[in-house]
Design a protein around this ligand. Structure first.
Ligand SMILES: Cc1cc2nc3c(=O)[nH]c(=O)nc-3n(C[C@H](O)[C@H](O)[C@H](O)COP(=O)(O)O)c2cc1C
Ligand code: SF4
Length: 450
């Protein structure tokens, strides 16, 4: 297939590529046409064989998720998650802006396989130009008869509606997204039931990320096995990563899953001003940071989650969350949003900025997240800006431990786990800040309300 194979990004930066005619000239919509007369199960078979894993954050196998839709379901919805609000992540907007027809073609293929009559794209409200491009693409597809009734002359009908969000990060969480799509407040729902069983308006619903769906035309054209062969282990295909921070050439790259953090820095033209790397957040700021010593691990779902080297180290005894107590602190490939931090980065300030974001975006439904993210942000702020108190590091760890695993949705974990990683891997920086605090910490001032 060639080392420089691109599945999705081939025509990024070509303004013609977003036009239907151009897309068709390059082979576009052939697989949608083919799928419209295929048996749904055959399409599903290819997706299962492809080892395609969700690109929205959790890396859940797409074929397995589709298999959860009850066989006797009369109405099934497909919802594409184009909310992309995770700080550091900006790859879906490239697909929407440069290659919208690939997403629509993927949706047609998915809809055919899942028995969907109505599909939705939930797009982040701030993405105004992407919305315009996408709406234009949808209109072009209707005009050509590729959407609507009897598409491609078959008996298969499909309507696609675009719905714009209103700026809440939490609406990227799939159940909050569905609540918002129904016209309600964007609050996550307890799972189970999962959306594949009970989703939009109580009907089975598949929620998939933009990039996940955009891979489907390639999978159908070349076969699921070929896609699986491009990847490693249980993860098929290539992956889009958006790289920001202290590299010379930040941007969106489509890469094999064998690429490591060190490779990535090299591909991005090296570190800015030749500085040394201090840490990399591998998959959006919800994901625990990697240190410079951990950058030889491939940025692949299982590798980042299971590598034995990415474990916590022993920290101070007596910490409520016993970071050395046998619990593993791993990271994840997440949303593909890579944040590179050089040696000059003040990790305490980076941690505070991230925690401020989560405190701001918590929907407030559950107490550990609503209160805990606010407390974390407030303690992180005073530590970072020279007003830390003795015991603040332990306090932060204990608040994070109280949030993790105790909330309705994963936003709580998204705040807690990175905190624990920062505290563990860069503990000295936090302790130095507290030691050199402007407020001479009176003995016993730690603990209590932040
Ligand atoms: C707080 C939060 C925000 C999320 N934001 C997004 C998002 O912007 N885009 C996205 O695709 N998935 C997001 N997710 C993940 C979705 O809930 C869901 O897992 C995903 O859309 C499923 O698609 P996939 O299987 O193709 O990855 C978010 C999850 C959480 C907990
Ligand atoms: S974890 Fe946070 S964002 Fe998620 S439901 Fe609870 S309060 Fe809302």
């Amino acid at each position: 297939m060639g080392e420089n194979l691109k599945i999705i990004s081939q025509h990024f930066d070509d303004p013609q590529a977003r036009h239907l005619d151009h897309y068709e000239t390059h082979g576009g919509y052939r697989m949608a046409r083919k799928s419209s007369s295929m048996a749904p199960g055959d399409i599903h078979g290819e997706v299962k064989a492809s080892n395609l894993r969700g690109r929205g954050g959790a890396g859940f196998p797409t074929g397995v998720k589709w298999g959860f839709v009850p066989k006797d379901a009369e109405t099934v919805y497909l919802v594409v998650n184009a909310d992309e609000s995770e700080p550091g992540t900006f790859k879906d907007r490239h697909i929407l802006f440069w290659n919208p027809h690939m997403l629509l073609e993927g949706m047609i293929i998915a809809a055919r396989s899942l028995g969907v009559r109505n599909a939705y794209i939930y797009i982040r409200g701030e993405m105004q130009r992407e919305f315009r491009v996408l709406q234009d693409a949808v209109d072009q597809a209707y005009a050509k008869g590729y959407l609507g009734e009897g598409i491609f002359g078959s008996d298969f009908d499909l309507d696609i509606t675009i719905c714009r969000g209103l700026g809440a990060y939490i609406c990227g969480e799939e159940t909050a997204l569905l609540s918002s799509l129904e016209g309600g407040r964007g609050w996550p729902r307890l799972k189970p039931p999962f959306p594949a069983v009970k989703g939009l308006w109580g009907q089975p619903t598949i929620v998939n990320n933009v990039e996940t769906i955009a891979n489907l035309p390639w999978i159908l054209e070349h076969g699921g096995q070929a896609f699986a062969d491009l990847g490693v282990g249980r993860s098929g295909g290539l992956r889009l990563v958006s790289v920001c921070g202290h590299v010379n050439n930040p941007g969106v790259y489509e890469l094999p899953l064998t690429v490591t953090g060190n490779d990535l820095i090299e591909m991005c033209g090296g570190m800015r001003e030749g500085k040394a790397v201090k840490g990399i957040i591998p998959g959006g700021v919800s994901m625990p940071v990697l240190t410079a010593d951990e950058l030889d691990v491939p940025f692949e779902f299982d590798a980042l989650q299971n590598d034995e080297r990415i474990r916590e180290v022993e920290t101070a005894p007596g910490v409520k969350f016993d970071l050395g107590g046998g619990r593993t602190l791993r990271t994840m490939a997440g949303s593909g949003g890579v944040v590179v931090m050089d040696e000059t980065t003040d990790i305490t300030k980076a941690a505070w900025r991230i925690l401020h974001f989560f405190a701001d975006e918590s929907c407030g439904q559950c107490t550990p997240c609503r209160e805990g993210t606010g407390w974390l942000a407030s303690v992180a702020h005073r530590v970072a800006f020279g007003h830390g108190r003795a015991g603040d590091v332990e306090l932060m760890a204990s608040i994070a431990d109280g949030i993790a695993g105790n909330t309705i949705c994963a936003l709580g974990d998204a705040a807690a786990w990175p905190t624990l990683a920062f505290l563990t891997k860069f503990r000295g920086e936090f302790e130095d800040k507290v030691k050199n605090s402007h407020d001479a910490a009176p003995a016993g001032a730690a603990g209590g309300a932040p």
